[in-house]
Write a protein that binds this ligand. Structure first.
Ligand code: TXA
Ligand code: MG
Length: 349
């Protein structure tokens, strides 16, 4: 397969790959596609990534075009390990060393000083570069096969929900990518925690599967950073628009299950809108076109969140009423994504 696709309407080839034992031939094929400048969507433990060679400007340009993402929003470079990360940065700070030693491979992205040879296109022109060593066996096999860093934003169109299954990628970007490695569902379900390790204290730029307290257990000098609600128009991390990760349906977060159920009743009586309820814990009196009972553990909730929103979009819901999740540290990643998904259009960049 060549780098230039014949037409933009050709659909991507999909290869099923056993996540526990990635097939060597499928991985070599994917590596060939990458090396010839093509795009490969692949599973990571967080969400599916849209991969291209991180040090190849033509590949990077194709990623931005496929996503419809502004060039100022930097991409994450995926690496196999710290040795490969060091080729992308001029400085591995003590905090970066400790955090990587504890959480790599895993759902942690470190923002470091960028080495000079790293394309400005990768970093959105910023002097920093975001680096992550994913844990997923398919991602790792692919990284080992190409033997160079892979740039991979989440494999969705700009400002829509990230994919946690291959079918989500197919639906959103099927005609923009050359190959999709289908390794089943992602285990974390929300994007990696992003930490700026250049500053002291280090700062969380995007909450994720690794909570503040878990990170602090390894490196205590780390701060939460602004929440999505506090950020408003200011964007400490480029690409962190308030309205990111949004479903097509309008999404509103309300404080209690009772209020959510009442609001749903109100809409059901008033309009002929299709209304969905996203509750955690079972509520027998819940009434809507779709009622989803979400798990009560943050980790389990996160794993199902995007898949559930994708499913409600596919079911053509107009409004998704979400019961707010607890205000505790372990829920911060989920709370952040719900807030972004519910941001009013007026907060668009
Ligand atoms: O879990 C993940 O991180 C997934 C999987 C595929 O690895 N990737 C992902 O990439 O979510 P993306 O491009 O959708 O999100 C990248 C985020 C940006 O929103 C931005 O917050 C941050 O990483 N980022 C990237 N480069 C940065 C930089 N140089 N400085 C600050 N933040 C940066
Ligand atoms: Mg994304």
């Amino acid at each position: 397969m060549g780098p230039a696709r014949d037409t933009l309407t050709a659909m991507a080839e999909v290869l099923r790959v056993d996540a526990s034992k990635p097939d060597a031939r499928a991985i070599l094929r994917a590596a060939d596609v990458l090396r010839s400048g093509g795009l490969v969507a692949f599973p990571t433990e967080t969400v599916y990534g849209l991969g291209g060679l991180a040090l190849n400007e033509a590949s990077l340009a194709r990623i931005f075009a496929a996503k419809g993402r502004p060039l100022t929003h930097p991409l994450i470079a995926h690496v196999l390990d710290m040795a490969q990360a060091q080729t992308l940065t001029t400085l591995v700070t003590p905090s970066a060393k400790r955090l990587a030693a504890a959480f790599w491979p895993g759902p942690l992205t470190l923002v470091c000083d960028r080495a000079e040879h790293v394309p400005a296109l990768l970093t959105g022109g910023s002097p920093s570069v975001a680096i992550r060593a994913p844990a997923h066996p398919i991602a790792r096999a692919l990284l080992a096969a190409v033997a160079e860093p892979i740039a991979a934003p989440s494999a969705n169109r700009y400002q829509s929900i990230s994919p946690t299954a291959a079918v989500h990628v197919q639906n959103a970007l099927g005609n923009m990518v050359d190959l999709i490695l289908d390794g089943g569902s992602c285990s974390s379900g929300i994007e990696s925690t992003v930490v700026d390790v250049r500053s002291d204290p280090a700062q969380i730029l995007r909450p994720g599967p690794l909570s503040l307290s878990v990170l602090q257990g390894v490196w205590s000098n780390i701060e939460p950073g602004a929440t999505a609600a506090e950020q408003g128009h200011a964007r400490p991390s480029p690409g962190m628009d308030a309205r990111h990760y949004a479903p097509r349906a309008s999404l509103v977060v309300v404080d209690s299950a009772l209020a959510a159920i009442e609001l749903a009743k109100h809409y059901l009586m008033r309009d002929n809108e299709r209304v969905a309820l996203l509750l955690y814990g079972h509520h027998a009196d819940a009434m809507a076109h779709a009622v989803r009972t979400m798990p009560e553990r943050a980790e389990d909730y996160a794993r199902l969140l995007y898949a559930t929103l994708h499913e409600l979009d596919d079911a053509k819901m107009d409004l998704v009423i979400v019961q707010a999740v607890p205000h505790t540290d372990e829920w911060e990643g989920v709370r952040d994504r719900l807030h972004r998904a519910s941001a009013p259009i007026s907060s668009l960049d």
